[in-house]
Design a protein around this ligand. Sequence first.
Ligand code: 13P
Length: 251
Amino acid sequence: MSKIVVANWKMNPQSQKEAEVLLNALSKETKNAKNTKIIICPPFPFLYISKKIKSKKVILGAQNVGKDTEGSHTGEVSSSMLSSLGARYVIVGHSERRTDGEDNKIINQKLLNLLKSKLSPILCVGERNRDKEGEYLSFVGEQIKECLSGVSKSQMANIIIAYEPIWAIGSGSIREATREEFMEMKIYIKKIISDIYGAKIAHSMIILYGGSVNPLNAGTFVSDDGADGLLVGRDSLNPKKFSAIINAIKD
Ligand code: 13P
């Protein structure tokens, strides 16, 4: 199965010019990527660059969506707007948004709106800390159950789950996760999905890893039936490193 690599640019870069330069460099560096779907998620003002994407390998995504569908919601962006700009995937529930006050109920609303607009949500889940008692597992389990509330079996085929432990994200992270830590969570997530939707849907569920992904650890997470792909922050702003990540997970 082809792998998925998502570039989450977060609040970078700072100008239209730099965004175009970065997109061109990423497209160029990844043009030989085989068996890999590359989803680039720029900040909202730079979504217009979908018109400039020349590579068939690169697909446009967004980093967030409003919880309402239209109307008097100053500063918000709807799923229909994202769809009309050419976005196909949208990250929801990123921990950086959860820190800003988004809860599972809001994320669920966003996710349902995206599905209605035929967009694919990339649902981020992950714990702040790992405790010895294993409470972090049920914490992530609750995130999944609440965020997927009301999602039908047939809609599940459009959803991607990204496991991003908060302690592994960003330059201030404590450390990277290990493959074992990811695999434990992957099995747990599949069990939660299986309990709700059945084994067949759980089996085909796409689960990504995110959190300090770099060219050195990318292969470890993905190889031998590990992650179905990666969600990359910092290293997606560096075309050479991003291309090295994609090369590292080549079959
Ligand atoms: P970093 O790769 O910078 O740790 O960011 C991960 C992330 O939050 C991607 O969504």
